[in-house]
Write a protein that binds this ligand. Structure first.
Ligand SMILES: *Cc1c(COP(=O)(O)O)cnc(C)c1O
Length: 369
């Protein structure tokens, strides 16, 4: 692997391929696979990841917002794209760019039907989301009558799929709750499908759902974090490969005398003679202040170096007292060691938040094709 010459987020497309095949191996060959590429493909690069998934044979992509889908269309991505949280103000753009909305409430269904009618659409593909317990977005079970009524004798839209989202698919202590969600979903979809007069496909599993509840794979599964190398479970993490590695370098090395302080607000006071390294990465790059003051470590030549003092906007300081290194040497913030999941845990968050928070200022480098 090339040594970093500045702060970069290295994206390993071979690892993405490995993870894709691993996840696919957990489901039946005929089950469709949707790759979730919202939020810059979990902080990596949505265009490159979408193009790779398209090449690998994924069936669908999903983004959160319409502008994310537009970016993929601009780059020439042809796969169907489900927009998970479309904003009505952009419905016209959504139709122009052949993006497929999640419709999740009577109000948003009505709003979409109006725009689809204005734009003279026929059988425009839409996806209906039902709330089965997450209580975030979704029609309720009781809305089925309304939906059937609304769609009767009109043809602007066609329900391509019906879906829901699990609240705790990674937590086996919530198995009973999850089973109940699956039962409610089963009931809603069989009722709806009977009354629509045609059969939309169904999907409810995210990454941890694929791992823990693959019997409920239905006709499609939706995976995000698993593609990027994490499975919310140490055993699964061991099977997956992290796609993103955040690397930086040592800008300057300082000898600190006992009693001296390091960084803003003099937050760190040295007890003994130590050596520190200053790195060109800070909270503006996505390594927040919560990682400072000894909470997190990075690695230099495979050895742990704690972040000391407050994280600055563009810099952090680390303790390299017992590490042989020099200015210009590479530093791994996360990747193989520590992993993004481990690093995130230093501030009690999860890999999802850490990965999606790496700012666009950090250059993305791609390994493999
Ligand atoms: C983000 C998201 C996913 C992906 O979840 P992972 O845990 O990353 O696999 C799937 N479905 C919906 C509705 C989502 O919002």
């Amino acid at each position: 692997m090339p040594k970093a010459l500045e702060t970069v987020l290295e994206i390993n497309l071979n690892h993405l391929e490995h993870n894709y095949h691993y996840l696919r191996s957990k489901i039946l060959a005929q089950t469709k696979f949707l790759g979730v590429v919202k939020a810059f493909a979990y902080g990596s690069d949505s265009v490159k990841i979408a193009q790779k998934l398209e090449k690998l044979g994924a069936d669908y992509l999903a983004v959160a917002y319409i502008n994310e889908g537009v970016q993929l269309r601009d780059a020439g991505v042809r796969l169907p794209i489900l927009v998970l949280h479309p904003q009505p103000i952009n419905f016209s753009t959504l139709i122009d760019r052949c993006l497929e909305p999640n419709l999740y409430s009577p109000k948003i269904l009505k709003q979409f039907l109006e725009v689809a009618k204005e734009k003279k659409q026929k059988d425009y593909p839409v996806h209906l989301k039902f709330n089965t317990g997450l209580n975030r977005l979704g029609f309720s079970e009781n809305d089925v009558d309304y939906i059937i009524d609304e769609l009767k004798e009109r043809n602007e839209i066609k329900v391509t799929s019906v879906f829901s989202h699990l609240a705790a698919s990674e937590d086996l202590e919530e198995k009973e709750f999850t089973q109940k969600q699956l039962e409610v979903f089963e009931k809603i979809t069989s009722n709806l499908n009977d009354r629509l007069g045609y059969t939309p496909f169904r999907h409810i599993l995210n990454t941890s759902g694929i791992i823990n509840y693959s019997h409920a794979e239905y006709e499609m599964v939706r995976s995000g974090i698993g593609l990027y190398g994490f499975g919310n479970d140490a055993k699964i993490d061991a099977e997956l490969k992290p796609v993103a590695t955040l690397k930086t370098i040592i800008s300057q090395i300082h000898k600190i005398e006992p009693g001296e302080t390091v960084g803003y607000n003099r937050a760190f006071t040295s007890k003994g003679a130590i050596i520190t390294a200053t790195l060109p990465i800070g909270h503006a790059d996505g390594i927040g202040r919560q990682y400072g003051n000894g909470k997190a470590f990075v690695t230099v030549d495979g050895q742990k170096a704690a972040i000391i003092g407050n994280v600055c906007m563009d810099m952090i300081m680390i303790d390299i007292t017992n590490i042989k290194c020099k200015e210009g040497d590479e530093v791994i913030v996360f990747g193989e060691n520590p992993t993004a999941e481990e690093f995130a845990s230093f501030s009690k968050t999860i890999s999802y938040e850490l990965l999606t928070g790496i700012s666009q200022r950090v250059k993305r480098h791609f390994l493999h094709k």
